[in-house]
Design a protein around this ligand. Structure first.
Ligand SMILES: [Zn+2]
Length: 304
């Protein structure tokens, strides 16, 4: 296992601690998104949330905001300094509806170079380097522009070693995105398929795991989709089939209305204080929980 690239520099994997692999600390989606609940740009509010996370034993947060989503490397750096929490930033793109117009016209090599620069030099004019790359797809469709950025991210990953995290819309198209990345020669052991629990289909999860990819559940507490009892069963399915080393869990609480710091809930404390004890109460072994929140993120991110 190599080092992990945080916004304050590379660290040893043992320093990670309890980790959320997909959250949002600072972001401002483009104007094409009318729902401004997704905009998190109040410094004191984001810092407060991170401090709450630290107060319950949290160690590391990966910010899931790519370069088309109002990311700011300087802010991520300051949040890491002021909170004492390890913060990772990422490069790459979200789903096509957020892309700036230039993505359509530039050659793939340009996209690769842009990502490599974020990983090796720094993001947004700062020296905060990206520690991973994000790609995304649409609902039941990989849009041609998403195919383009996904090919680019695979090449940037091969060039830098950076691990990959995938946004899937309602948990669809995970297999198809893995096909594109695998076709470029990337080892799927470096890839996390995010939002996999939005598609609460146990067989689909096993199909991706059997290809060597990680899957991530990031909906605990989002009862608007379905109750957490379903997520507990999905976790059990993964464990019972021998894939405890391949599961990660986060909250993806990328809305003001989800974060205590912005006056919402359940916030960053929820998984650590409510969902984890529930998993243990319902029979998920403590060593498996430790893998999910410590060892698996460390193995996935430790590529530098
Ligand atoms: Zn997200």
């Amino acid at each position: 296992m190599g080092k992990i690239r945080t916004v304050l520099g590379d660290i040893e994997p043992e320093k990670l601690g309890f980790t959320y692999p997909h959250e949002h600390l600072w972001c401002s989606p483009p104007a094409s998104q009318p729902d401004r609940d997704l905009e998190l740009t109040t410094y004191e509010a984001s810092l407060y949330e991170l401090k709450l996370f630290k107060s319950v034993g949290g160690g590391t947060v990966v910010d899931g905001s790519p370069l088309d989503y109002g990311r700011d490397g300087r802010m991520l750096k300051q949040l890491a300094i002021d909170s004492g929490v390890n913060v990772l930033g990422l490069t790459g793109f979200n789903k096509h509806v957020y892309y700036p117009d230039w993505v359509q016209v530039v050659p793939i090599d340009f996209l690769v170079e842009r990502m490599v620069k974020d990983i090796t030099v720094g993001m947004d004019g700062s020296d905060a380097k990206a520690g991973l790359i994000k790609g995304g797809s649409w609902y039941n469709l990989v849009h041609p522009l998403e195919r383009k950025t996904t090919i680019a991210l695979a090449r940037a990953s091969l060039e830098t070693g950076a691990p990959i995290w995938l946004h899937t819309e309602a948990g669809t198209m995970g297999m198809e995105m893995l096909d594109i990345i695998e076709n470029e020669g990337v080892d799927l052991e470096t890839v996390v398929v995010g939002h996999s629990d939005r598609n609460a289909d146990p067989r689909y999860h096993l199909q991706m795991l059997e290809r060597g990819a990680y899957i991530e559940f990031d909906g605990p507490g989002k009862v608007k989709y379905y109750p957490d009892s379903v997520r507990v069963d999905l976790v059990r399915n993964v464990i019972d089939h021998g894939f405890a080393d391949k599961l990660m869990i986060s909250g993806d609480m990328g809305r003001k209305s989800y974060l205590e710091g912005y006056g919402g809930g359940p916030g960053f404390r929820f998984i650590k204080q409510i969902f984890v004890p529930r998993l243990i109460e319902e029979g998920i072994p403590e060593d498996v929980v430790h893998k999910i929140f410590h060892d698996n993120p460390a193995a996935w991110l430790g590529k530098f």
